[in-house]
Design a protein around this ligand. Structure first.
Ligand SMILES: [Zn+2]
Length: 213
């Protein structure tokens, strides 16, 4: 079990307040290129958005640098363009953010809204993680490593999210849907992210498996 009595984000202060004004335009992050997805809905009115979920994705799997993930998240993917797509035909999904191999950052869904990235999931004794999390996809493949530019963008985004949301946890899709999902996988360096952020270890996935809810 993790407890985060203190938020991991920056302490209160005028400097942070000023930065909040510049980092966010409502739920849209100013440093991201916007590419709005229709795949979202309202969050529950009482949602406390305290979880960052880290994912990995590439389409076709292991192929980087194309537009296919963008097309998937905007319902524009040509399902006949690759045999792999037969297994995901018609899928309507999204994430708030997508970080490409070169660190370029895209935003598909307003963070005030509920994106469709987690699926059936549970974490910190709460189910339906889409309700109260921010989903960040890294261009990659489970088992492969990620680029320094991706860690840099991810850390900057994680650092700015607490300006607007009470972030207290960061976890992988594999941690919120164990047995069903394996991303971002063993190639993702959690210690690297933790040291970049200087957030307490209690914010990150613990070594021991959480008891079932
Ligand atoms: Zn995922």
């Amino acid at each position: 079990m993790t407890t985060a009595s203190e938020p991991p984000g920056p302490r209160e202060g005028a400097a942070q307040e000023a930065r909040e004004d510049t980092a966010w335009d409502g739920g849209w992050y100013r440093d991201a290129t916007r590419e709005p997805s229709p795949n979202y809905g309202p969050r529950p009115a009482d949602a406390s958005i305290d979880l960052i979920v880290v994912h990995s994705i590439s389409l076709p799997p292991g192929v980087y640098g194309g537009r296919q993930v963008h097309q998937l998240f905007t319902n524009a993917l040509d399902w006949d363009a690759h045999p792999y797509y037969a297994g995901i035909r018609g899928l309507q999904v999204s994430a708030h953010f997508f970080i490409e191999r070169d660190g370029r950052l895209w935003q598909f869904v307003d963070c005030d809204q509920r994106a469709w990235h987690a699926g059936p999931s549970s974490y910190r004794s709460r189910a339906n993680c889409n309700d109260d999390s921010v989903g960040i996809e890294l261009e990659g493949l489970e088992g492969q490593t990620f680029e320094p530019a991706q860690y840099a963008t991810l850390a900057r985004l994680c650092r700015d999210l607490p300006q607007r949301y009470p972030i207290a946890h960061v976890a992988g899709h594999e941690h919120i849907a164990p047995g069903r999902k394996q991303d971002p996988g063993p190639g993702f360096d959690w210690m690297r992210l933790q040291s970049q952020l200087s957030w307490p270890s209690s914010v990150f996935p613990q070594k021991s498996t959480e008891p079932p809810p």
